[in-house]
Design a protein around this ligand. Structure first.
Ligand code: HEC
Length: 164
Protein backbone atom coordinates (compact mmCIF):
# COMPACT_ATOMS: atom_id res chain seq x y z
CA UNK A 1 0.00 0.00 0.00
CA UNK A 2 1.05 3.57 -0.56
CA UNK A 3 1.69 5.93 2.29
CA UNK A 4 -1.47 7.93 1.53
CA UNK A 5 -3.58 4.76 1.73
CA UNK A 6 -2.17 3.94 5.16
CA UNK A 7 -3.11 7.40 6.40
CA UNK A 8 -6.69 7.01 5.14
CA UNK A 9 -6.97 3.56 6.68
CA UNK A 10 -5.60 4.88 9.95
CA UNK A 11 -8.12 7.70 9.96
CA UNK A 12 -11.02 5.31 9.32
CA UNK A 13 -9.82 3.09 12.13
CA UNK A 14 -9.52 6.00 14.55
CA UNK A 15 -13.02 7.21 13.68
CA UNK A 16 -14.51 3.74 14.14
CA UNK A 17 -12.81 3.40 17.53
CA UNK A 18 -14.04 6.82 18.64
CA UNK A 19 -17.56 5.79 17.67
CA UNK A 20 -17.36 2.61 19.73
CA UNK A 21 -16.00 4.44 22.76
CA UNK A 22 -18.65 7.11 22.53
CA UNK A 23 -21.33 4.47 22.26
CA UNK A 24 -20.10 2.75 25.41
CA UNK A 25 -19.98 6.00 27.40
CA UNK A 26 -23.40 7.02 26.18
CA UNK A 27 -24.85 3.63 27.00
CA UNK A 28 -23.52 3.67 30.56
CA UNK A 29 -24.91 7.14 31.17
CA UNK A 30 -28.29 6.15 29.80
CA UNK A 31 -28.40 3.07 31.97
CA UNK A 32 -27.71 5.14 35.07
CA UNK A 33 -30.52 7.52 34.27
CA UNK A 34 -33.12 4.83 33.89
CA UNK A 35 -32.11 2.03 36.24
CA UNK A 36 -31.24 3.15 39.74
CA UNK A 37 -31.01 -0.44 40.94
CA UNK A 38 -32.98 -2.11 43.71
CA UNK A 39 -33.96 0.30 46.46
CA UNK A 40 -33.61 -2.32 49.21
CA UNK A 41 -30.48 -3.34 51.07
CA UNK A 42 -29.35 -4.75 54.41
CA UNK A 43 -26.41 -3.82 56.59
CA UNK A 44 -26.52 -7.25 58.29
CA UNK A 45 -23.42 -9.43 58.45
CA UNK A 46 -23.82 -12.67 56.45
CA UNK A 47 -24.33 -14.52 59.73
CA UNK A 48 -27.11 -12.19 60.95
CA UNK A 49 -28.73 -12.28 57.49
CA UNK A 50 -28.80 -16.07 57.60
CA UNK A 51 -30.14 -16.28 61.17
CA UNK A 52 -32.71 -13.56 60.54
CA UNK A 53 -33.96 -15.13 57.31
CA UNK A 54 -34.21 -18.53 59.01
CA UNK A 55 -36.36 -17.09 61.80
CA UNK A 56 -38.56 -15.27 59.32
CA UNK A 57 -39.10 -18.54 57.47
CA UNK A 58 -39.67 -20.62 60.60
CA UNK A 59 -42.26 -18.16 61.91
CA UNK A 60 -44.08 -17.73 58.60
CA UNK A 61 -43.76 -13.93 58.62
CA UNK A 62 -44.13 -14.00 54.83
CA UNK A 63 -47.58 -15.42 55.17
CA UNK A 64 -48.59 -11.81 55.82
CA UNK A 65 -45.56 -9.62 55.03
CA UNK A 66 -43.48 -9.10 51.93
CA UNK A 67 -39.68 -8.93 52.23
CA UNK A 68 -37.27 -8.11 49.41
CA UNK A 69 -40.57 -7.33 47.72
CA UNK A 70 -41.31 -11.04 47.55
CA UNK A 71 -44.38 -12.33 49.23
CA UNK A 72 -46.12 -15.59 49.63
CA UNK A 73 -48.34 -16.19 46.60
CA UNK A 74 -51.22 -17.04 48.92
CA UNK A 75 -50.89 -13.88 50.95
CA UNK A 76 -53.74 -11.43 50.88
CA UNK A 77 -53.36 -9.69 54.25
CA UNK A 78 -52.79 -5.95 53.77
CA UNK A 79 -49.87 -5.75 56.19
CA UNK A 80 -46.90 -3.41 55.80
CA UNK A 81 -43.82 -4.62 53.93
CA UNK A 82 -40.79 -5.50 56.06
CA UNK A 83 -38.48 -3.88 53.48
CA UNK A 84 -36.91 -0.73 54.89
CA UNK A 85 -38.13 -1.51 58.43
CA UNK A 86 -34.81 -0.20 59.81
CA UNK A 87 -35.63 3.24 58.38
CA UNK A 88 -39.08 3.27 59.99
CA UNK A 89 -38.50 1.76 63.45
CA UNK A 90 -35.63 1.49 65.89
CA UNK A 91 -34.21 -1.86 66.95
CA UNK A 92 -35.45 -1.22 70.51
CA UNK A 93 -38.99 -0.58 69.27
CA UNK A 94 -38.91 -3.72 67.11
CA UNK A 95 -37.71 -5.85 70.02
CA UNK A 96 -40.45 -4.44 72.26
CA UNK A 97 -43.08 -4.99 69.57
CA UNK A 98 -42.06 -8.62 68.97
CA UNK A 99 -41.97 -9.19 72.75
CA UNK A 100 -45.34 -7.63 73.48
CA UNK A 101 -48.12 -10.01 74.57
CA UNK A 102 -50.48 -7.60 72.78
CA UNK A 103 -48.78 -5.88 69.80
CA UNK A 104 -51.94 -3.88 69.02
CA UNK A 105 -51.41 -1.93 72.24
CA UNK A 106 -48.26 -0.53 70.58
CA UNK A 107 -49.57 -0.33 67.04
CA UNK A 108 -53.35 -0.29 66.63
CA UNK A 109 -54.82 -2.52 63.95
CA UNK A 110 -57.63 -1.84 61.51
CA UNK A 111 -57.91 -5.52 60.57
CA UNK A 112 -60.00 -8.45 61.72
CA UNK A 113 -58.34 -10.28 64.64
CA UNK A 114 -57.19 -13.25 62.53
CA UNK A 115 -55.19 -10.99 60.20
CA UNK A 116 -53.53 -8.88 62.89
CA UNK A 117 -49.89 -9.07 63.89
CA UNK A 118 -49.63 -12.09 66.23
CA UNK A 119 -47.69 -11.91 69.49
CA UNK A 120 -44.25 -13.50 69.35
CA UNK A 121 -43.69 -13.03 73.09
CA UNK A 122 -43.33 -16.79 73.51
CA UNK A 123 -40.26 -17.00 71.24
CA UNK A 124 -36.95 -17.38 73.12
CA UNK A 125 -35.47 -13.99 73.99
CA UNK A 126 -32.43 -14.60 71.79
CA UNK A 127 -34.63 -15.19 68.74
CA UNK A 128 -36.61 -12.00 69.36
CA UNK A 129 -33.33 -10.10 69.69
CA UNK A 130 -31.99 -11.58 66.44
CA UNK A 131 -35.23 -10.78 64.60
CA UNK A 132 -35.23 -7.18 65.88
CA UNK A 133 -31.54 -6.83 64.98
CA UNK A 134 -32.14 -8.19 61.49
CA UNK A 135 -35.27 -6.09 60.85
CA UNK A 136 -33.36 -2.97 61.96
CA UNK A 137 -30.70 -3.78 59.34
CA UNK A 138 -33.23 -3.62 56.48
CA UNK A 139 -32.95 -0.26 54.73
CA UNK A 140 -34.09 1.53 51.59
CA UNK A 141 -32.12 4.01 49.56
CA UNK A 142 -32.94 7.68 50.13
CA UNK A 143 -34.80 8.11 46.85
CA UNK A 144 -37.23 5.36 47.86
CA UNK A 145 -37.74 6.27 51.53
CA UNK A 146 -40.86 8.30 50.93
CA UNK A 147 -42.47 5.49 48.91
CA UNK A 148 -41.91 3.12 51.83
CA UNK A 149 -43.37 5.58 54.34
CA UNK A 150 -46.39 6.14 52.11
CA UNK A 151 -46.93 2.43 51.66
CA UNK A 152 -46.65 1.79 55.42
CA UNK A 153 -49.13 4.59 56.14
CA UNK A 154 -51.62 3.22 53.61
CA UNK A 155 -51.32 -0.34 54.91
CA UNK A 156 -51.67 0.64 58.56
CA UNK A 157 -54.49 3.15 58.16
CA UNK A 158 -56.25 2.00 55.00
CA UNK A 159 -56.25 5.66 53.88
CA UNK A 160 -54.65 7.17 50.79
CA UNK A 161 -54.09 10.74 52.00
CA UNK A 162 -50.40 10.37 52.90
CA UNK A 163 -48.55 13.64 53.23
CA UNK A 164 -44.78 14.05 53.39
C1 HEC B 1 -51.18 -13.18 60.54
C2 HEC B 1 -50.41 -12.21 59.76
C3 HEC B 1 -49.04 -11.80 60.30
C4 HEC B 1 -47.96 -12.59 60.62
C5 HEC B 1 -47.84 -14.11 60.54
C6 HEC B 1 -46.90 -11.68 60.99
N1 HEC B 1 -47.34 -10.39 60.94
FE1 HEC B 1 -46.26 -8.71 61.37
N2 HEC B 1 -47.91 -7.55 61.11
C7 HEC B 1 -49.12 -8.00 60.62
C8 HEC B 1 -50.03 -6.88 60.50
C9 HEC B 1 -51.45 -6.94 59.96
C10 HEC B 1 -49.34 -5.73 60.95
C11 HEC B 1 -49.88 -4.29 61.09
C12 HEC B 1 -50.39 -4.09 62.51
C13 HEC B 1 -51.66 -4.90 62.75
O1 HEC B 1 -52.61 -4.75 61.98
O2 HEC B 1 -51.68 -5.67 63.74
C14 HEC B 1 -47.98 -6.20 61.31
C15 HEC B 1 -46.98 -5.37 61.76
C16 HEC B 1 -45.66 -5.74 61.86
C17 HEC B 1 -44.57 -4.84 62.13
C18 HEC B 1 -44.66 -3.34 62.31
C19 HEC B 1 -44.78 -2.73 60.93
C20 HEC B 1 -44.70 -1.24 60.91
O3 HEC B 1 -45.06 -0.69 59.86
O4 HEC B 1 -44.28 -0.63 61.87
C21 HEC B 1 -43.42 -5.61 62.14
C22 HEC B 1 -42.01 -5.12 62.37
C23 HEC B 1 -43.82 -6.97 61.91
N3 HEC B 1 -45.18 -7.03 61.75
C24 HEC B 1 -42.94 -8.04 61.84
C25 HEC B 1 -43.34 -9.38 61.75
C26 HEC B 1 -42.43 -10.49 61.87
C27 HEC B 1 -40.92 -10.37 62.06
C28 HEC B 1 -43.18 -11.62 61.75
C29 HEC B 1 -42.72 -13.06 61.89
C30 HEC B 1 -41.92 -13.34 63.09
C31 HEC B 1 -44.55 -11.21 61.54
N4 HEC B 1 -44.61 -9.84 61.54
C32 HEC B 1 -45.62 -12.08 61.35
C33 HEC B 1 -49.44 -9.30 60.28
C34 HEC B 1 -48.64 -10.42 60.51
Amino acid sequence: MKRGEWVVLGLIGALALAGVVQNIIHHEKGAQDVDRGLPFYTTATPELAREGSDLIRQNDCRQCHSLWSVRNVMQSVPSPSLDGMGDLRSEAWLYQYLSSPHPQAMLPSRLKPEYRMPSFASLPEQERRTLAHYLASLHVKDWYLDDIKKSEYEKLTGKDDYKK
